[in-house]
Ligand binder design. Structure first.
Ligand code: NAI
Length: 339
């Protein structure tokens, strides 16, 4: 394992502002991140910019926003640098059919997630640069933070350097899309993918369980649903907790709570650490690292996304189980005039 002293952070000074001069840059996909990246590249002055997209509503939107749009195979064939911004589980078939066979020798492909490289769902050809530029933000913030020059953090790595200028291209792209106003940390695709999945499937899942089961317990104990959602996230206190983690540090943030909260939080955390939660997290990590989770997600796609459809129903409120929470949130939002 690389020691932390070997980690490289990159900032705007590390990028050559002319790195993309004369390069034809293709953005494949015009969705959440693709649209923001395309606009950022255009505003950064990338002259030869093309969108590669299937004929769908995203392609129509790109044309409406004055981008040149080509079918993916044709766009890939003309690319010096191609940023692949379509959903992770769709990439393997599109990459194999339309992208890989058309790439020019010496061109570069970039991925916004290490997922397909890490779990060997794709096998890029030898003669191209393979680069990772994985922002930690969705498209809306990537665009907003480009415009106000705040930037947004990303992990970057050169996975394969065929042209001899892979790092220069990578940092040129990181600069042009706005990442380097904030900074980038070098992390290879396997560790980026493991990290990304690990945190969303442990911290994210545990937070989800904590909120859902605490809501049920509180309501069962006679606490109004409105008070439950207010206390857990709608009063904004949780946002300040995470901000304090960032500004003061995770452990030191405890000092910002009163002694009752600090004592209660400490003893309950120690109790939970004795439970099988940590063992479950380890199992999760093993499934991620082995590629088992990626295989499971490809099977979910082949089966027509049954679990994802249920998750989307919950997220949209189209499920009786979550209706009371949606209603309580709406009442709190209206009473507190949260838009
Ligand atoms: P998205 O779901 O918004 O992608 C939509 C785009 O994919 C559209 O252009 C659509 O035409 C195209 N597409 C969909 N199905 C297709 C198919 N069968 N064949 C060809 N094209 C198809 O994707 P999103 O969320 O922007 O993700 C793109 C990449 O960025 C992924 O690698 C993801 O991991 C990464 N990423 C996404 C972030 C996010 O918050 N959305 C944040 C950081 C990285």
């Amino acid at each position: 394992m690389t020691s932390s002293t070997a980690l490289r952070f990159f900032s705007a000074q590390d990028a050559d502002p002319h790195a993309l001069d004369g390069e034809r840059v293709v953005v494949i996909g015009f969705g959440n991140l693709g649209r923001a990246i395309a606009h950022n590249l255009r505003d950064a002055g990338v002259a030869q910019l093309v969108i590669g997209n299937i004929a769908d509503e995203y392609a129509q939107q790109a044309r409406a926003e004055q981008f040149e749009v080509l079918p993916i195979a044709e766009a890939a064939a003309g690319a010096d640098v191609a940023f692949i911004l379509i959903p992770d589980e769709v990439i393997p078939e599109v990459f194999e059919a339309d992208i890989a066979p058309n790439l020019k020798a010496g061109s570069a492909i970039l991925f916004a997630s290490g997922y397909n490289l890490a779990y060997e769902l794709i096998h890029p050809p030898k003669g191209v640069d393979v680069l990772l530029l994985a922002p930690r933000m969705g498209g809306e913030l990537a665009r907003e933070r480009f415009l106000n020059k705040q930037g947004y953090v990303a992990y970057v790595s050169v996975e394969q350097d065929a042209s001899g200028k892979a790092l220069k291209r990578l940092l040129g792209m990181a600069y042009a899309v706005g990442v380097l106003y904030a900074g980038a940390l070098e992390l290879d695709a396997k560790r980026e993918a493991d990290l990304d999945l690990l945190v969303e499937q442990t911290v994210g899942a545990a937070l989800g369980v904590a909120i859902m089961s605490t809501y049920d317990l509180g309501v069962e104990a006679g606490i109004p649903p409105e008070a439950m959602v207010l206390e857990m996230y709608m009063d904004g206190e949780m946002e300040t907790v995470f901000r304090t983690f960032r500004e003061r540090g995770f452990y030191r943030a405890s000092y910002t709570h009163g002694p009752t909260a600090m004592y209660g939080g400490y003893v309950r955390t120690m109790q939970l650490m004795q439970s099988d939660l940590a063992a479950k997290f380890r199992e999760t990590l093993e499934e991620i690292q082995s590629g088992g989770f990626a295989q499971q997600f490809q099977a979910e796609r082949s089966a027509g996304y049954p679990a994802l459809t249920m998750a989307e129903q919950m997220a949209s409120g189209d499920n009786p189980f979550v209706q009371p929470v949606f209603e309580a949130e709406a009442r709190v939002r209206s009473a507190l005039k949260i838009s």
